[in-house]
Design a protein around this ligand. Structure first.
Ligand SMILES: Cc1cc2nc3c(=O)[nH]c(=O)nc-3n(C[C@H](O)[C@H](O)[C@H](O)COP(=O)(O)O)c2cc1C
Length: 210
């Protein structure tokens, strides 16, 4: 079935994209505003886009009640700083609470029972319980349409929970890390069911075909 996705209503485009491009990693993002302090919200339109410089991207929709940009978008527009926290199995429940549309000025982190600490290079606080966190500064905040922004951030500093990283090899212990991914809607996935596959060299690949 061929779908003319651009002819669909935005909500239907979202439905198809978010149910097929799965699983997506989840960024629990803290930002800060002068008037309302710390803000925390999850985003699964999220990924790494490169190294040197280390670059992360977030896909930010407008509020669905027509109330303009989300607090995260407004805060990144105002001061250009955010902290991305990866979500593991232990943090999933608190991440879900942070997605609630609390009235402006109420701390999602507080309601979710998350302890915050000062970041080392940016004003938004860091979530202590996160297995991995990236302190970021804005490279660009692109507005693609009235309803859609993309934030591109450079990672200034990375934090990894003790025990997850071998400092000698820089290997992450994925078994201990246990990040979760988002499927569509209210469905999520664990990352414990892995399989292994190596890309062979061309000669090796040819040899296995004979
Ligand atoms: C797992 C998960 C992933 C989400 N991903 C996104 C996303 O990629 N983009 C987005 O705009 N909203 C996303 N949301 C919804 C926001 O988290 C929600 O609108 C939040 O209240 C925004 O908070 P803010 O206004 O404080 O920025 C997601 C929610 C959940 C639970």
């Amino acid at each position: 079935m061929k779908i003319d996705i651009n002819a669909l209503a935005p909500a239907d485009q979202y439905k198809l994209l978010s149910a097929t491009i799965v699983p997506r990693p989840i960024a629990l993002v803290t930002t800060w505003s002068q008037s309302h302090g710390d803000n925390a919200a999850p985003f699964s339109f999220f990924n790494v886009m490169g190294e040197n410089p280390p670059v992360l991207v977030l896909g930010l929709e407008q509020r669905r009640d027509g109330g303009g940009p989300k607090h995260t978008t407004a805060n990144i527009a105002a001061n250009g700083q955010f902290v991305v926290h990866m979500v593991d199995e232990a943090l999933a429940g608190a991440m879900n609470v942070c997605a609630i549309d609390f009235p402006e000025g109420q701390s999602e982190a507080l309601h979710a029972g998350l302890e915050l600490t000062s970041s080392s290079t940016v004003r938004p606080s860091r979530i202590v319980a996160a297995p991995v966190a990236f302190e970021c500064e804005r490279i660009a905040l692109l507005q693609l349409s009235p309803g859609r922004h993309i934030a591109i951030g450079k990672v200034l500093v990375m934090h990894v929970r003790d025990g997850l990283l071998d400092p000698a090899t820089l290997h992450i212990d994925t078994e201990a890390y246990r990040p979760v991914g988002r499927l569509h809607g209210r469905f999520y996935i664990r990352t414990r069911d892995r399989f292994e596959m190596q890309v062979p060299g061309y000669a090796q690949w040819l040899a296995t075909r004979r």
